[in-house]
Write a protein that binds this ligand. Structure first.
Ligand code: HEC
Length: 719
């Protein structure tokens, strides 16, 4: 039996698996015996857990992480305070576990794990994604089940899951093809399956479900460059998987919302995908979903504001009926959808206690709303499109295409008055040079511009404030946004096409239209709730993208991982970077979580290590898992095992205990890692080539291992 490193640290030997097997108590049940380091938590170890205890826990922030945003309000704030700005330097890797069975390659991608009652739940985002449960103190796998084992057909392309939900004794995940699956929380055995993606649209990602009070809430992604969707969100009965209600983000003809559209034909597949999870206020009885952009993305639609797209919808939890809708972009021609989940907070603003909601959208702006009414709590002003005066020709052309209000008047857009620039709102020479691809100069504009057809207009900063979840720390009163700065120039090819492929974009966007094809610079911004202005801001160099959102703790910390594979911690108050971790071959694209287990705080993230999906947990003063030890160059891969199986029959290597004689004795040869790598890839003489037999990661691992181990027992030089 393995013991959690954290327990060794506090001098206790409590097997987390006890709680897992018996399903007893909360993770804090061991606190009584580790009072010196643990934060108090109620619950007695002998009391059996209610099936929905974990989910109920999610009503407000806690020391576990039972819903995608910790609490169902999505603060991404943990009340854990063991790791602080002072001691975070001692934060070390504590466990590393594979999220997929040995031998498979995969990706951790954007997966947000959960923790409840001593168990971490996580999924991978591979071709055949795997859902699993892991001991919260050791990372040790308790069960795993793959999409294939669940009878889910392979889906191409499959971008992957973003997270899971738990409640009523079940774990919920959306699998490729848009199939929502519920499995038993203790065994991983299937309980039910339901098809969310009934329109069979091309979906980029499987949004994260959220469980609350007997229902599972989920939206449908899709509707972009590739094709349209009649957007919707759904609630399912958590026990049976039966559809409880559906709300269409694209209104039904004849309803109030439909009047904001030019024609009923646009309401068939005019967009409104939902890319991430909803958040919930159980007291108000409302669920809030962010809504996506119209389709076609640019052009091809008549005038109109186009409800309920590009904003937030507040729906009745039980009936799915619309309570309010706030639109952040009217008549979107820029791909300025709201992709990230909203954040719920309570804070005093202008002397009044406000039940607030913040939403950051791809227009680069953050809106603070009263979540009871949907009205802004910090000022927002309707403004004409940014270059309407400076570029009347482009304005006239684009208006011809339908870029107007329903009554033909020029478009206006809701711009927050604060100076909270979480991303630059305007393009300029120093953000996009040199000249436009047509040899002419760019015309520079801000967010929301008319394009025109005879030159490139720069200012398209879509995808800068994207799906990456934001966080809120009630102690600082700040919300935290992760954005990426990449400005684009756009020129329309013509202005009558009833299709989306009518824009020339520079620099070229990647195929899926979501990310800029050039490296972008990440910005991490703290916004002060009181005025929606910048409290502090970190700008990273180009190439260091803010890829995974953030999370924050009562220890005064803000965690963020970036595109270089670094997990960073900041002082949430000042923005000072106080810690970071990076490991060769480790990629991080998912937000981290923090929780307490057995009196120890863990900061845990899903990542990809040498082509394998992994769960990586950190704790104060932890002993590094051997798989991460610098000696094993190839990290997660068991290099010695690769050597014994693939090389040992022909080669002698004392460290591996092999004594083959077909090839040279490697202890005597003492090859460098690159020599071994070259030989293993290509083979030579009587030695077969291993390219295609072993993965690139395994080849790297075994090469490093041979180079380091050769001659080790004789104390010879290592290289
Ligand atoms: C079927 C037997 C066999 C297997 C399996 C085998 N080798 Fe070899 N290896 C040889 C032979 C034979 C040579 C000598 C090649 C030659 O004639 O140049 C050799 C050469 C080498 C060399 C020396 C290259 C040089 O440039 O001096 C290295 C290093 C090596 N092998 C590593 C490995 C590793 C690592 C593995 C496992 C991934 C492996 N070998 C698997 C037979 C084998």
């Amino acid at each position: 039996m393995r013991f959690g490193v954290g327990r060794v640290l506090v001098g206790l030997l409590i097997a987390t698996s006890f709680f897992v097997i018996t399903g007893c108590g909360g993770s804090g049940s061991s606190s009584s015996s580790s009072s010196s380091t643990s934060t108090a938590e109620s619950g007695s170890p002998t009391e059996p857990a209610e099936s929905s205890t974990a989910a109920m826990e999610a009503e407000s922030p806690s020391t576990s992480w039972p819903s995608v945003g910790n609490d169902i309000g999505g603060t991404r704030y943990s009340t854990t305070s063991q790791v602080t700005t002072e001691n975070v330097g001692e934060l070390k890797p504590a466990y590393l576990e594979m999220l997929e069975p040995a031998g498979s390659t995969g990706s951790g991608s954007e997966n947000n794990p959960l923790e409840s009652e001593g168990v971490v739940y996580a999924s991978s985002s591979s071709e055949d994604p795997v859902l699993g449960a892991y001991d919260a103190g050791t990372g040790k796998m308790l069960w795993q089940i793959s999409a294939k084992e669940l009878g889910i057909p392979k889906e191409e392309p499959n971008i992957g899951t973003r997270g899971v939900a738990i409640g009523d004794g079940l774990v919920y995940v959306e699998e490729p093809g848009g199939i929502l699956v519920a499995v038993d929380q203790k065994t991983g055995k299937e309980a039910w399956k339901s098809v969310v993606n009934t329109q069979h649209v091309y979906a980029y990602s499987q949004p994260t479900p959220v469980y609350w009070n007997g229902l599972v809430y989920i939206g449908q992604s899709g509707s972009d460059i590739i094709g349209g969707l009649r957007g919707f969100v759904k609630a399912y009965d958590a026990k049976t998987g039966k559809l409880a209600w559906i709300f269409h983000t694209l209104p039904r003809p004849g309803t109030a919302g439909a009047k904001t559209w030019d024609s009923n034909s646009e309401l068939k597949d005019g967009g409104g995908g939902v890319w991430t999870n909803p958040v919930i206020d159980p007291k108000l009885g409302l669920v809030y979903f962010p809504t996506g952009n119209p389709w076609p993305d640019i052009g091809g639609r008549g005038p109109g504001d186009e409800d309920y797209l590009d904003g937030v919808i507040a729906l009745d939890l039980k009936s799915g009926k619309l309570k309010w809708f706030y639109q952040t972009t009217h008549h979107d021609e820029w791909d300025y959808d709201c992709a990230q989940p909203p954040l719920l907070w309570e804070h005093e603003i202008n002397g009044e206690e406000v039940k607030g909601l913040s939403i950051g959208c791809k227009n680069g702006y953050v809106y603070e709303l009263n979540r009871e009414t949907g009205k802004p709590v910090t000022p927002v002003k309707e403004e004409p499109l940014s270059n309407s005066k400076s570029d009347p020709k482009a304005k006239a052309l684009d208006e011809k295409m339908g870029w107007t209000k329903s009554n033909g008047e020029p478009l206006t857009e809701p711009i927050p008055v604060s100076n909270g620039e979480v991303t630059p709102h305007c393009a300029s020479k120093n953000l996009l040079e040199p000249e436009a691809p047509d040899g002419k100069g760019f015309s520079y504009a801000c967010a929301y511009m008319y394009y025109g057809t005879d030159h490139y207009t720069a200012g398209w900063n879509s995808a800068s404030l994207d799906w990456q979840p934001s966080s809120y720390n009630p102690e600082t009163g700040d919300t935290y946004y992760c954005s990426n700065v990449g400005v684009h120039g756009v020129k329309l090819k013509n202005f009558s096409a009833k299709e989306t492929e009518n824009a020339k974009v520079f620099p070229e966007l990647e195929e899926n239209g979501e990310t800029a094809g050039e490296p972008r610079a990440g910005w991490l911004t703290a916004l002060d709730l009181e005025d929606n202005g910048v409290a502090w801001q970190k700008k990273f160099p180009t190439g260091t993208e803010c890829d995974a959102g953030s999370s924050t703790t009562a220890g005064g910390l803000l965690f963020m991982s970036d595109s270089t594979g670094k997990l960073r911690a900041f002082d949430a108050k000042s923005g000072k970077e106080v810690w970071s971790y990076q490991h060769k071959g480790l990629e991080l694209r998912a937000p981290s979580i923090a929780y307490e287990d057995g009196g120890t705080e863990y900061v845990t993230v899903v990542g990809t290590l040498e082509g394998k999906a992994v769960l990586l947990g950190f704790a104060l003063g932890a002993k590094e898992p051997s798989a991460l030890a610098p000696k094993a160059e190839g990290v997660a891969i068991d290099a010695q095992q690769v050597f014994t199986t693939s090389c040992g029959t022909c080669h002698t290597l004392k460290a591996a205990g092999t004594n083959g004689t077909v090839g040279p004795n490697l202890d005597e040869l003492k090859p460098t890692a690159s020599t071994v790598e070259r030989q293993v890839i290509n083979g030579g003489g009587k030695m077969p080539a291993f390219k295609g037999q072993l993965s690139a990661g395994e080849i790297k691992a075994v090469s490093g291992y041979v180079a380091q181990s050769a001659g080790e027992t004789t104390g010879n030089q290592k290289k």
